[in-house]
Design a protein around this ligand. Sequence first.
Ligand SMILES: [Zn+2]
Ligand SMILES: [Zn+2]
Length: 180
Amino acid sequence: QRKALISNEVLGEEPLDLGARDLFTKAVWFEVENRSLTGAGLIEAQFPGALHAAEHAAIGLLPLVASSDRWDIGGVSTALHADTGVPTIFVYDGHAGGAGFAERGFEKAKAWLTATRDAIEACECESGCPSCVQSPKCGNKNNPLDKDAAVTLIDVLLKDARDSAAPEDSRAGAPAPNAV
Ligand SMILES: [Zn+2]
Ligand SMILES: [Zn+2]
């Protein structure tokens, strides 16, 4: 995709003659079981849009817990990842070797996901906008995105974390986000 520098407007699309490039970096990821999502009322056709929308929103909200900018961070989400075997959202540092943002997201995962969930739900748009689940740097033209299903998905992630965490687990005991 060719985009205008200032407006980000898509000018056209053409095949790119460029070899694959590797980025060795650090990531934080969230796994969820299919049956947890279907148990929450989602159907499998909604999984990709829910994961993708949650990924975008999480990247947008990461600056709440890490001093990152959206452009420092990349994301990948898939309804079946070969390494995890389940629906998974990855958020990674866009700088080789990692820049500490993903690690910070891991440490503050509960506050981060809670803020992400609340931001999506609070957005008054109908089905997703740049303030919630759309991303200006999406490589998939912001498709698919399922705003409502993303809230359900994050609810499942937060509930699974609560159910599996011992009270003394510091990761799950992260303080609730301050009201902003
Ligand atoms: Zn919105
Ligand atoms: Zn995207």
